[in-house]
Design a protein around this ligand. Sequence first.
Ligand code: ADP
Length: 491
Amino acid sequence: MYIVQVASECAPVIKAGGLGDVVYGLSRDLDMRGHTVELILPMYDCMRYDHIWGLHEAYRDLMVPWYEGAICCQVFCGWVYGRLCFFIQPQSDDRFFDRGCYYGCSDDNFRFAFFSKAALEFLLKSNKRPDVIHCHDWQTGLVPVMLFEIYKYHGMEYQRVCYTVHNFKHQGMGGSEILAATGLNQDAYYFQPDRLRDDFNPFAINFMKGGITYSNFVTTVSPHYAWEARFSEEGYGLGHTLHVHQDRFRGVLNGIDYDVWNPQSDRYIPNHFSVDDLTGKAKNKKALQEGLLLRESDRPLISFIGRLDEQKGVHLVHHALYHTLNQGAQFVLLGSATESGINAHFQHEKQFLNDNPDCHLELGFNEELSHLIYAGADMIIVPSNYEPCGLTQMIGLRYGTVPIVRGVGGLLDTVFDRDYEGIKPLEERNGYVFYQTDTQALESAMDRAIGLYQHAPELYEKFVLQGMNYDYSWNHPGEEYLKIYDFIRHR
Ligand code: ADP
């Protein structure tokens, strides 16, 4: 099969969060199964060019229709750890991808509407006719809309679209200018409630709603989040749209790339280890303590890795830090905040705790350090308010780092409480789960984990190995996606 992924991220060259990991990991899995996979991405000025091999011009002067005229783009092509990627570089005063950031501009809706249009135009002009176009999140929600309303009539009638929602909160909105810019035009047609009109703002079109309405199949990133999106406020107003399209909507649990996240071969960690021998893990803990100037000690080391924002339960992250210190344990945080208030808060904490030998706050994005933390920490907390899938708990499990998570979304599909799990037998449980958003709930889960570590080290080690034995690779989800692709191709 020939599959083209259209996305705003692909790890490690463009990574703001889990989306990048998923786009890369899924592509690699499909590739390994013998399918042809190509990726179309924006050519951001700030992406990690050091992760691209053989970057060269692949298509010169691609004229992408935009409003009444066109924007000229160069398309570059290169390899990202074996994946063939095409990068779109528009040349206009808008400087869509020369902003020193991936997201967070006031015209993000125009930037990614343009990217979606350019991706289709590139496929059309370069005579690429994939069996399946797989798009991701609101940034590419307009791809199926434009494919089936415009490009289908220009020689792309056989292409099918699978659309994956990684987070329902961010949906991408715009007014009729987006329709004018992309050539969709016809306000009266697209502002129909069964097409793009937002269900709550009659003056807005909703990119994600368009993606759901027009795609041949829609997935989200875990079965539990799929349920939450339909039946709770987690759908952020798209519950009705999902209900209408329920026959072609499903949750497929993300995987993690077992080659990238492999404690036996990880190039960013000094000591390799496996289920057969955990001594490397203990050495990594020492290396982590040394590298971050923490006191060397056997006390449990608890970590947090993730974006510092409301979604991730920042108030609980803050509480976990102080609770850890009160319990005589150590805490390492690696996170970046885009919201200035949250950023200021953690900057302040960092200064305040600067001389504390039992904790370290690293504010920013640091791929290399994240690997060492997964490998060296004993536990990882994921106290999210909501969590579509969550990768950090799965990576933690792979590295023998016990997850302590709030029971929402994909966390519920992947972590099974050692003491209170109802379905799994004791030898298949792998972490600690709490449900409420108050601090006591978090504390009680943390105390159970710390208690086992301190008072029953043999049981704790056995528990760590149980977690490491879980298979959260792309093996299973890769198969699921292939079934979906096959299904939509033959309909
Ligand atoms: P989300 O997509 O909501 O940000 P996920 O748990 O799905 O969260 O994925 C997060 C990914 O990003 C993981 O691979 C995690 O290791 C990585 N990550 C998050 N924050 C950082 C950071 N500050 N530095 C390095 N890696 C990070």
